[in-house]
Design a protein around this ligand. Structure first.
Ligand SMILES: C[S@@+](CC[C@H](N)C(=O)[O-])C[C@H]1O[C@@H](n2cnc3c(N)ncnc32)[C@H](O)[C@@H]1O
Ligand code: SF4
Length: 457
């Protein structure tokens, strides 16, 4: 492609769109289940999956020591540890409410993930209280995966020892960018030495998989800074990399107004950062396994991608299909296959509802038949860059308009369409969200009147 072609593609396709961590995307959730309906959905998903890979549990820990101004996560900045133990007790109480509502003593877990915010805001004894409290009432499947997101600036050997003792073997480090100018403008200064220290300690303690989160599109990033970041990444050699597009949503996250928009790489410059990042990762031996995600050839995720067995849930890509996903903690999302729920996003309200022995659900969605079909195809695109359906089948009626909606993307070289087989081209990978949007019947029926989503590229 010529530079002109790329610029024209960007002008045409760089629009606002969902990130498709779920389908339907959260703003399109309609019919929230009641707590009783939700428990019924969770119960059926457990029964349907009884012999298989177990459930997933996601625990959100919202606290952070300082504010990274680009941050889009649900977090609360504090330097005090006073809110920590009350929060741990609320999360354990929430899990007890689930067990009570399900009439069970424990859950079989194939996956436990601590995310945030910053789970390593908790000191070793607080982390131990949280994890012991959860695992005391869980049985782990043989290949269960226990993972955590950490901020290397606040992560110590003692914390990693507690986690390793409980069987945690996957760790994800927030890195974002190694350039000091970029780090300074986003208020997140961390050295390569700090990242190396946590990476090496985790490996020494038995963590099998280390992931780095990186972001392109941050203020002051240049081709030179991305190249330097990728050189450092190649030196540290994590097993997996998430290379996210910076989501600029200042109307939701006002702290993103602390840098000026003039410092943000935009349009073609942003796409070039992605292109260079991808090129450097490929040169360092990483394989692109799905949207924003890369892994070394020997990583199980890569094997799963090769075998067409990759799965994706709210926490990212996985190689095993676990269901249901039970989300604990403020703002967490649950997924029972045919229903989603989200918890209260405000910490005080979350804790108040738990104190009243209520599941703190604030919104959700019960699937209809069309949602089920469209979710399957959007997941196929996200995990395999292709999807297909039987012409004339019952699901085909929900997909009738898709080829027509993809027509221009096909003419522009972003997808190949062969009857009812849609495959994303190499160029089209940068526009994967746009391809998914062609399947998104809810978005087509009701384009949002206000700004809801970040840019697709
Ligand atoms: C919960 S944080 C990871 C753990 C820890 N809080 C840290 O930052 O080191 C999750 C990740 O979301 C990504 N992230 C946060 N805000 C983002 C944004 N506005 N756009 C894209 N990615 C973002 C970052 O890569 C970050 O590492
Ligand atoms: S990026 Fe991580 S450490 Fe920074 S504010 Fe967001 S959640 Fe906290």
């Amino acid at each position: 492609m010529t530079v002109m072609d790329e610029a024209a593609l960007l002008r045409k396709y760089n629009v606002q769109g969902p990130r498709y961590t779920s389908y339907p995307a959260v703003p399109f959730w309609e019919t929230a289940p009641t707590a009783a309906q939700w428990l019924e959905q969770v119960s059926s998903a457990i029964d349907a999956n009884a012999a298989h890979s177990g459930a997933s549990m996601y625990v959100h820990v919202p606290f952070c020591r300082s504010l990274c101004t680009y941050c889009g996560c649900n977090m609360r900045v504090t330097r005090s540890s006073a809110p920590v133990m009350p929060y741990v007790h609320s999360v354990l109480r929430e899990y007890a409410l689930y067990l009570q509502g399900l009439g069970r003593d424990s859950l079989k877990l194939g996956e436990l993930h601590l995310g945030g915010g910053t789970p390593t805001f908790l000191d070793p004894s607080e982390l131990d209280a949280l994890v012991s409290g959860l695992l005391d009432k869980a049985t782990l499947t043989p290949g269960a995966s226990l993972s955590i997101e950490v901020d290397p600036r606040v992560t110590t050997r003692e914390q990693l020892q507690v986690l390793a003792r409980h069987g945690f073997d996957r760790i994800s480090l927030g890195v974002q960018d190694f350039d000091p100018r970029v780090q300074e403008i986003v208020n997140r200064v961390q050295s390569e030495a700090q990242v190396r220290e946590v990476t090496e300690t985790a490996r020494e303690l038995g963590f099998r998989s280390v992931n780095f989160d990186l972001i392109y599109g941050l203020p002051l990033q240049t081709l030179g800074s991305i190249a330097e970041t990728m050189d450092a990444v190649a030196r540290l050699r994590p097993d997996r990399i998430a290379f996210y597009a910076y989501a600029h949503v200042p109307w939701i996250k006002p702290s993103q107004r602390r840098f000026t928009e003039a410092d943000l790489p935009e349009g073609e410059a942003r796409l070039q950062l992605l292109a260079l990042g991808r090129e450097r990762l490929a040169a360092a031996g990483y394989v692109e396994i799905g949207m924003d995600h890369f892994a070394l050839p020997g990583d199980p995720l890569n094997q799963a991608a090769r075998d067409g067995l990759l799965h994706r849930n709210f926490m990212g890509y996985t190689q095993s299909f676990t269901t249901p996903l039970v989300g604990l903690g403020v703002s967490s999302i649950g997924d029972a296959g045919d229903a989603y729920v989200q918890n209260e996003k405000n910490l005080q309200q979350y804790e108040a509802r738990i104190a009243q022995d209520e599941l703190p659900i604030v919104r959700g969605h019960l699937f209809d038949e069309e949602d089920r079909v469209l979710r399957r195809h959007i997941l196929n695109l996200m995990t395999r860059f292709e999807t297909r359906w039987e012409p004339g089948s019952t699901q085909a009626r929900y997909l009738e308009q898709v080829p027509m909606r993809l027509h221009e993307l096909q003419q522009d070289g972003l997808v190949h369409i062969n009857g009812t087989h849609v495959a994303v081209t190499d160029i089209g990978r940068s526009y994967l969200r746009n391809v998914c949007m062609a399947f998104d019947a809810r978005l087509m029926r009701r384009a949002p009147a206000t700004q809801l989503f970040s840019q697709t590229v």
